[in-house]
Design a protein around this ligand. Structure first.
Ligand code: SAH
Ligand code: SF4
Ligand code: F3S
Length: 452
């Protein structure tokens, strides 16, 4: 019998990308290969995101496409996995019979068994959330574009319950992964030639490992430093930091280890203390700006980025102006900006009114995007003439005579290839900037270096 093949599409955040790599690994254990061609697949999985309504809409659109595939080839199994699984299981399996399998983020080990059940014509579903599952022992099959940079999940779930957010419901309680298994995974990546690792969690600053005895308690700052020292040839990034929990200790660890990238993604969400309180974010505007100040003092030149939600329940023009002024004060290098989207089941959906009209949300979002556009331009202009160490990720899309990579501050740099290749560290002097990229020329570098 021919080996069966899996086709998988992934939506949502980096955690989902990382989870899909775990899923591919679990399937490979059962001798199910991977294909990038939907027509060759025996099983189609879609790893879904619920964070905003439009994220879910996109998935419904794809399910229509998969239904057409199933019409032509009724033996193909279609499965929905990830963050939409729990909330939509009934609609997916029972009401509309759109799919054969529904699996939540903590039940991926059950996928092969559920496939068998579905093949036998049974309803195949497992959306149970776990307090323990971290997939610590599973070695993800890297499906990323390059062989240079990889994600490593260090924790799962979230306990923060921000009023607008579905994640605590779709992914369950926060739990940290055994540090030995994290270091083991990074060691394998190192041996395979990977040069950059991003440690992932919804709130990495609250990483905490207790091994049952009193003495061994490992915080995120401890884990980050341990990793940086053990793997001097690997650049480390992490995401996401919560402004409430980003400690001076962590900032000092970043400052004293040259292989930890000098970039912090610190979602503000709003610049108004009143809105932040309604959002249950656990910090005020002042506290947030104090953290930015601490970053600037302890890690001069550190790149900063953020997430902003505009038009949250009861947001006034004055609240909005405070968000704009916070963005101005912070001077972010880049930002992800969203209109508030009410999510069923959240505190905001049940207790607050989604009362900012759509056209006002749009207007405010546009103002925020415009402001960020000028901040990003200022930040890029300031890089003119500077030399950065760039980790090469691949060949530029525009020209095969050029390579691209990233600076420690996470800016994309394009430069002439010379004799360099992906995985090399190259010193590049910036000679031109475009809205999306820095363009430069290489300076006398030898290629492979561990000197960040
Ligand atoms: N754990 C991270 C981010 C998780 S989701 C953190 O706490 O920062 C990524 C971003 O999506 C959030 O930072 C927020 O800006 C946005 N987001 C989450 N829920 C949203 C909603 N209901 N509507 C609009 N944006 C939302
Ligand atoms: Fe959502 Fe808040 Fe948790 Fe981030 S910290 S995942 S925004 S609940
Ligand atoms: Fe989306 Fe789930 Fe990530 S809701 S943003 S895929 S944790």
């Amino acid at each position: 019998m021919n080996k069966r093949r899996l086709y998988i599409e992934t939506y949502g955040c980096q955690m989902n990308v990382s989870d899909s790599e775990v899923v591919v690994s679990i399937m490979q254990e059962k001798d199910i290969g991977i294909t990038s061609c939907i027509d060759q697949a025996d099983i189609i999985l879609i790893n879904t995101c619920s964070i905003r309504e439009n994220a879910e809409q996109r998935v419904w659109g794809r399910l229509d496409v998969f239904r057409q595939v199933k019409k032509k080839r009724p033996d193909v199994l279609v499965g929905v996995i990830g963050c939409m699984a729990e909330r939509l299981k009934e609609r997916l399996l029972e009401k509309e019979k759109l799919v054969d399998i529904v699996v939540g983020p903590d039940a991926y080990r059950e996928l092969p068994a559920l496939m068998e059940e579905a093949e036998a014509g049974q309803q195949a579903i497992n959306v149970l959330l776990s307090r323990e599952e971290t997939y610590a022992d599973i070695n993800p099959v890297r499906t990323g574009k390059n062989r240079v940079s990889a994600f490593v999940s260090i924790m799962r779930g979230c306990n923060n319950f921000c009023a607008y957010c579905v994640v605590p419901y779709t992914r369950g309680r926060e739990r940290s992964r055994d540090p030995e298994s994290i270091l083991g995974e990074i060691n394998e990546l190192d041996e395979k030639g990977y040069r950059e690792v991003t440690l992932l969690g919804q709130n990495v600053n609250s990483y905490l490992w207790k091994n049952g005895t009193k003495e061994a308690v490992i915080s995120f700052a401890d884990l980050l430093e341990k990793t940086a020292l053990r793997f001097p040839g690997i650049r480390l990034r992490f995401s996401t930091s919560h402004p409430r929990d980003i400690s001076d200790e962590l900032l000092h660890v970043m400052a004293r280890n040259s292989n930890i990238c000098k970039h912090i993604h610190l979602p503000a969400q709003s610049g108004s203390s009143r809105i932040l309180k309604l959002m249950n974010r656990g910090y005020s505007r002042e506290k947030y700006l104090e953290r930015i100040e601490a970053i600037r003092t302890i890690i001069p030149g550190c790149a900063l980025s953020t997430d902003i939600i505009t038009g949250f329940c009861s947001e006034t023009e004055d609240d909005h102006q405070q968000t704009l002024s916070l963005m101005e004060e912070a001077g972010y290098d880049f930002a992800y900006m969203f209109k508030y989207s009410e999510r069923p089941g959240t505190f905001a959906a049940s207790k607050l009114k989604d009362d900012v009209p759509e056209d006002v949300k749009t207007k405010r979002l546009n103002e925020i995007i415009t402001l960020q556009g000028s901040s990003s331009a200022v930040s890029k202009k300031a890089d003119m003439g500077k030399t950065f160490e760039v980790l090469v990720e691949g060949t530029s899309k525009k020209s095969n005579k050029e390579l691209y990579g990233r600076t420690s501050g996470n800016k994309v740099v394009v430069f002439p290839s010379g004799h360099f290749k992906p995985g090399d560290y190259v010193n590049v002097r910036i000679t031109r900037v475009t809205p999306a990229t820095l363009i430069g020329v290489t300076e006398n570098t030898t290629g492979a270096s561990n000197n960040h």
